[in-house]
Write a protein that binds this ligand. Structure first.
Ligand code: FA5
Ligand code: MG
Length: 365
């Protein structure tokens, strides 16, 4: 009943396909690649640090706008707050878009070394490494002044050095030798900020974001003399590298040919694809309006074809002399589990065309 009330709220943009993922908790299943990975990361922290990290993997994914954004200093006009990027349950409540939503509260409660694992939700593009529901693990470590004072370097450099050492050690623990690189980036809640990329399937894959915690966050939790680091791991991305899983949709597969390949505590398993079925490509061109966004298009396609859509990719983009802009998108349909028939693909594409025209304020060409 509560669910129905919430679903009628005009400020709710959570589709049923996403709503139905709440409570699945893949990260708490010891036989699932995400659960196996979580446990392996726990092992690394238990072995590496004399002082234990407090572990949380059961915090509710429905959080306030304040927790998800304000508490981690996301500016009022930041794109991540928009209805285009985030799933809102109502105007004040979101499906958390990162596990950083819990940082401030746990710091306030006095935790100084902790890991938070959970499902997170984002309106995003569609391809083999992006999915609207995925899993993150947040890590936070707070230092006392004596720790960096003894080292002779300033507090920020000390924390940044410790952070990189921790995450490089984690990568070695999980992967052994792997090609990786650090990239400087920006987050509102850390400074400096970094991303770690790993070479996978002939591309650099971003697997985590991290940095030295903004002093304001520590100050608000009553820690004015400390410095801290924080990270957010993309667990699907790490699991794809670890188990050689080629497509992020597979994590949601209940096909026994997928699930039976993994078992508790087994890190060395390499996923053996069951025969790969052919993709089917459909192109669609339309004149866009100012309100058009790719995330909205992806949501429409996913709403119709679900996990049978593999990729939505812009392949052509031009503006004519009258200033009208045309986009051509190529949609790849493919099941991980079976061959799709021409009829079902044509039906999907027909429905996509109709809904794109009706809902997205574009003109099909
Ligand atoms: C964050 O979410 C920050 N909260 C991470 C962080 C925490 C930074 C603490 C500093 C301190 P980002 O949006 O880059 O950052 O996401 C983190 C990771 O989640 C990415 O590196 C990627 O591995 C994964 N990720 C992001 N979007 C998706 C998606 N749609 N599907 C699967 N994985 C994703
Ligand atoms: Mg990122």
């Amino acid at each position: 009943m509560l669910v129905d009330v919430v679903r009628d709220d005009p400020t709710n943009n959570v589709p049923d396909t996403v709503f139905s993922k709440l409570g699945m908790q893949l990260h708490r299943r010891d036989q699932h690649p995400i659960g196996i990975l979580k446990n392996a990361i726990y092992d690394y922290f238990d072995k590496t640090y004399a002082e234990k990290f407090d572990k949380f993997d059961d915090l509710c994914p429905i959080v306030s706008v304040k927790e998800n954004f304000d508490d981690v200093l996301v500016p009022a006009d930041h794109v991540s707050r928009s209805y285009n990027d985030t799933y809102y349950v109502d105007a004040q409540t979101v499906l958390r878009c990162h596990t950083s939503a819990h940082q401030a509260e746990l710091l306030r409660r006095g935790h100084t070394q902790f890991l938070v694992t959970g499902d997170v939700y984002r309106r995003d593009s569609i391809d083999s490494t992006h999915y609207p529901v995925f899993h993150q693990m947040e890590g936070v470590r707070v230092f006392n002044p004596n720790e960096w004072e003894e080292s002779g370097v300033d507090a920020t450099s000390y924390a940044a050095g410790d952070l990189k050492k921790c995450l490089e050690g984690l990568a070695r623990h999980l992967f052994g030798a792997v090609e990786m690189r650090w990239v400087d980036t920006y987050f509102p809640f850390t400074n400096p900020s970094f991303e770690l990329e790993i070479y996978f399937q002939e591309k650099w894959l971003e697997v985590l974001g991290c940095g030295v915690t903004e002093q304001e966050i520590l100050k608000r939790s009553g820690k004015t003399n400390n410095v801290a680091w924080a990270f957010g791991l993309g667990l699907e991305r790490l699991a794809m590298v670890l188990f050689e899983i080629p497509d992020i949709r597979l994590f949601w597969s209940t096909d026994e040919r997928f699930t039976s390949q993994f078992s508790e505590g087994q890190l060395g398993v390499k996923f053996k694809p069951f025969s790969k079925f052919p993709p089917c490509y459909k192109d669609m061109s339309f004149w866009i309006s100012d309100s058009f966004t790719e995330n909205n298009l992806c949501e429409v396609v996913r709403g119709i074809a679900g996990d049978l859509v593999e990729e939505v990719r812009l392949i052509d983009n031009f503006t004519n002399k009258k200033g009208m802009t045309s986009h051509c998108y190529r949609i790849a349909y493919r099941s991980m589990e079976r061959s799709l028939t021409d009829e079902e693909i044509n039906q999907f594409q027909w429905n996509v065309r109709e809904e794109v025209q009706n809902k997205l304020n574009v003109v099909l060409r």
